[in-house]
Every structure is written in structure tokens, then in C-alpha cells.
Design a protein around this ligand. Structure first.
Ligand code: NAD
Length: 459
């Protein structure tokens, strides 16, 4: 009997670059039970020093293998090499930060008002399932997995079928560095196996990063067994640029962030809102910068962005460009760039209504709108006009205004006078359709714990 395979294809050449076997139903159950047995056995969950040591060794090994892992990422995702290499840097940082957190005693104890004593312990939830998207398969897996391991869970990981090889490689590097094989298991497949993971009774928590529509289904499936969910979903970020800001610095940073992973990035800049008096100057610079970006071979240092993941996805993005041609204005890009697979030239759209799907939907490509606003209140209304609430930024030299606007924008993270900086120490996640729960920071670890209160009466 032949074993079904998931084949990864290069977005650049279209050629097969490797394959993994689809995990069948019986094997799937065995894998989850292996992780559950490792948790129940207790060595991993009750030994913070063992966990810290394994995570540090894994980080060291990833650092040594960074270039070769980045090659695997480029081969199946098509992002430029610099970004693929950065994924490994972020994964190493997440492992090291969370290795330290294994020794954070996150409880509470003290006398109560009635003379009794209370003790609160945060216990690891058990087996945690991780469902990973394709756009940053290594950084996003480790971002969510490392805090769970720090908390003492064991794990079952399901990569995206578009990026199985990267996840397989990273976990194999972990095994060879000393992470016990029973502590992290991998299962391969798409929707069916993802659903099965959420519904398996031994899985007590899910860390999901992916699209909002899949997140909705996962939350419904998780309801059956009250499996807790971390939902890191889509984004549609708005950046607010006031006339008193350093306009060149703001625009250069925002345009560069709009093409990270060719715009297939939940935190990519997608909307630049500019105070009306500075709008002409800012738009001119956006267009100039966007036109200067080069779509090309991921290994060419002159490339600013690689191809989109597939021609089908590019068609989806081009649908929004067509809509813009009919209902708004396309002032830069919007053209296929086939030199390296399904490329698309960085696209700038103006004259768009707040109610347009171009403003509200996650397009997931190198597409940016530039929209004028009048005053703070207008800026906040416009920034909050999409159903998403992942990240945002405010650019101004007026500190009080920055504070007011940053507080008014409904997003999990707001940067002031900078963009796209995440820290292992600080929780990140979304509001509204960008999901809920937090990864990173101590909140990231708590996500995978269950508080237990013990109260006793002193006689
Ligand atoms: P996707 O939702 O299509 O797939 C994500 C994962 O879920 C894959 O592993 C897929 O096999 C699995 N899956 C699909 N249907 C499922 C189901 N019904 N039940 C269980 N699992 C299922 O997303 P994608 O296309 O891989 O990734 C792109 C999306 O991810 C974008 O929306 C992007 O914004 C989002 N994203 C969010 C963040 C964040 O941190 N918030 C980071 C990166 C990507």
C-alpha cells in the first residue's frame, strides 16, 4: 500500500522540493497518546531545570543550523533569505527567553482574612496542540510552543501542508539537541488532521496561528471538550501619520514593512493614514519608495521581496487590485512580476472608501492604501474601520497626542514612531477578528497553565 504524501513545491520554480508522509488516523492517535503519556509520566512537567536545559540546547543547535534551516524555509515559502534567516533568530530568542521562564514561580501564597492560608499554583494544562501557518513556519511555531514547553506541557505540532519541511527540520534539530522525542510529536496533514487535533480529548489546549475563518471553526470545535484556545489570526494594520512626524522616516519604515514576506504577513503595513496637510508629500514618497522595491530571486541581496506563495493566491490578491481599478485608484504597481514565480509589484491604492473590502479585508499581498484624515478623532475612527485589531502605529513628535491616539486604537499592539518590533518579553496578540489570547511574555506561558487554588485552615 502506498503512503500518501504532502509534497512541498518551491514558489519560485514550481518544482517539488521534498515531501512528508500524511499522518493517517491510527498513527495520529498514537502520536497524541505518546505526548499524553510523556506528560502523565511527569519528568518533563515537573523538572524546570531539565526543560530549561533542553530549550537552551535546542536554541544553540538552531543557531548553528540557522543557514541550512533558512534554506529549507526559502525552498518552500519563497521569502527572501534575510527574512528566512530572521525566523531562526526569532526562534532562538523565544527559546532562550522561555528557557529562563521555566524557573519563574508563577504562583501566589498568603494569609486570608479568615485566618486560613491560600496557595495558588499554575499547573501546565497537559498536551497542547499547535497548528501552524505557512508564512513564518519556524518563528511562529516556536513563538507559541516555547512558552507552552516552559509551562511544562508536552506538544503535538501540525504544520501547514505548504511548509511541513521547515517545521520537521526545526523539530529534528531539537531532538538531536536533547529535546525528548515524546515531548514534541509532529503530525502532517491539512484540514482533517487539524480538526482531529482540536477534537482529540487528550489535547487540552490549542495554539493556533492562521486565518480568521479557520480560527472561528477551531473555536467551535474546541467548545465540545472545553479545550482552551490561543487564536492568533489575521490582521489589517493601520498606521496613523501626523503632519508633524518625521515623514520620510515614517514612510520609509511603513513601505518597507508592507512587503515583508511579500505582504503575506499578519503584521504587514496595509493602510497608511496621513494627516491631510502632509498627504501630498507622504503619498509622493510612498509611490517613489514602492516603485523602487525589487521583486526577485529570494537569494539575490538586491531583492526586497520574493514571489507570493502561489499563482492562485496572486489571483486572489489581483482581484482586489481589479476592484481598486474600478472603485478607487491604483497609483503604483499592481502588475504580475514573473521573474521569480508568482511575483506582484508593490501596489499603492488611493481614493478608497472606508467601507470598501480593500480597506476592511486582509488581502495578504504587497498592497498598501494611502488615506487622508483630518484631526485625531478622524484618525482613530479610520484606523478602527477594519474588523481586525492586531497591530497599528502612530507617528508624531507630539507625545501627548501619540499617547491619546495609541490608546484610542483598538489593537493588541501599537507602535509609536516605529513599526514591526516584537519582543519575546512582551505579550502579543489581537482584538476583534484578529483573535484573542496572548503569546510571548509571561502571559504567553500562563496561556498554557491552569490556576489551582488550595486553601487550608490552620488549627
Ligand atoms: P489557514 O487558516 O489556512 O491555515 C493555518 C493552519 O490551519 C494550517 O496548518 C492548516 O492546515 C490548518 N487548518 C486549516 N483548516 C483547519 C481546520 N478547519 N481545523 C484545524 N486546522 C485547520 O492560514 P494560512 O493560510 O496557513 O496562514 C495565513 C493566515 O495566518 C493569515 O490570515 C495571517 O494573517 C495569519 N497569521 C496570523 C499571525 C498572527 O500572529 N496573528 C501570524 C501569521 C499568520
Amino acid at each position: 500500500m502506498s503512503i500518501a504524501e504532502i509534497v512541498s513545491y518551491s514558489p519560485v520554480s514550481g518544482e517539488a522540493v521534498g515531501a512528508v508522509p500524511v499522518t493517517d488516523a491510527q498513527r495520529f492517535d498514537t502520536e497524541v497518546r505518546r505526548a499524553a503519556a510523556a506528560f502523565a509520566e511527569g519528568t518533563w512537567s515537573s523538572s524546570p531545570l531539565l526543560r530549561a536545559q533542553a530549550m537552551h540546547r535546542w536554541a544553540d543547535a538552531l543557531e548553528r543550523e540557522a543557514e541550512s534551516i533558512a534554506d529549507v524555509i526559502v525552498s518552500e515559502v519563497g521569502k527572501i533569505f534575510f527574512e528566512a534567516r530572521l525566523e531562526v533568530v526569532l526562534a532562538v530568542d523565544a527559546l532562550r527567553y522561555n528557557a529562563g521562564l521555566t524557573r519563574h514561580v508563577d504562583g501566589q501564597a498568603g494569609p486570608m482574612h479568615d485566618g486560613s492560608i491560600s496557595y495558588l499554583e499554575r499547573r501546565p494544562v497537559g498536551v497542547a496542540g499547535f497548528i501552524v501557518p505557512w508564512n513564518s513556519p519556524v518563528a511562529l511555531l516556536v513563538r507559541d510552543l516555547a512558552p507552552a514547553l516552559a509551562a511544562g506541557t508536552t506538544a503535538v505540532v501540525k504544520p501547514s501542508p505548504l511548509a511541513s519541511l521547515s517545521v520537521q527540520r526545526v523539530i529534528e534539530v531539537g531532538y538531536s539537541a536533547g529535546v525528548p522525542e515524546d515531548v514534541i510529536r509532529i503530525v502532517y496533514g491539512d484540514v482533517e488532521i487539524g480538526r482531529a487535533l482540536v477534537e482529540h480529548p487528550a489535547v487540552r489546549a490549542i495554539g493556533f496561528t492562521g486565518s480568521t475563518s479557520t480560527g472561528r471553526e477551531i473555536m467551535r470545535l474546541a467548545a465540545n471538550d472545553f479545550t482552551r484556545v490561543l487564536l492568533e489570526l489575521g490582521g489589517k494594520s493601520a498606521s496613523v501619520v501626523f503632519a508633524d512626524a518625521d515623514i520620510p522616516r515614517a514612510i520609509d519604515s511603513l513601505v518597507a514593512s508592507s512587503v515583508v514576506i511579500s505582504g503575506q504577513f499578519c503584521m504587514a503595513t496595509t493602510r497608511v493614514l496621513v494627516e491631510r496637510s502632509a498627504y501630498p508629500e507622504a503619498l509622493e514618497r510612498v509611490v517613489e519608495k514602492a516603485r523602487g522595491l525589487r521583486v526577485g530571486d529570494p537569494y539575490d541581496p538586491a531583492s526586497n521581496l520574493g514571489p507570493l506563495i502561489s499563482k492562485e493566491h496572486r489571483d486572489h490578491v489581483l482581484g482586489y487590485v481589479d476592484l481598486a481599478r474600478q472603485t478607487a485608484k491604483v497609483v503604483a504597481g499592481g502588475e504580475p512580476a514573473d521573474e521569480a514565480g508568482a511575483g506582484l509589484t508593490p501596489t499603492v491604492i488611493t481614493d478608497v472608501e472606508l467601507t470598501s473590502p480593500i480597506v476592511r479585508d486582509e488581502i495578504f499581498g504587497p498592497v498598501l492604501t494611502v488615506e487622508p484624515f483630518d484631526g485625531e478623532a478622524d484618525a482613530v475612527v479610520a484606523a478602527n474601520a477594519s474588523p481586525y485589531g492586531l497591530v497599528s502605529s502612530v507617528w508624531t513628535k507630539d507625545g501627548d497626542r501619540a499617547w491619546r491616539v495609541a490608546r484610542g486604537i483598538d489593537a493588541g499592539t501599537v507602535w509609536v514612531n516605529r513599526y514591526n518590533r516584537s519582543f519575546a518579553e512582551m505579550p502579543s496578540g489581537g482584538t476583534k477578528d484578529s483573535g484573542f489570547g496572548r503569546t510571548r511574555g509571561i502571559d504567553g506561558l500562563r496561556q498554557f497553565t491552569e490556576p489551582k487554588h488550595i486553601n487550608w485552615q490552620i488549627s
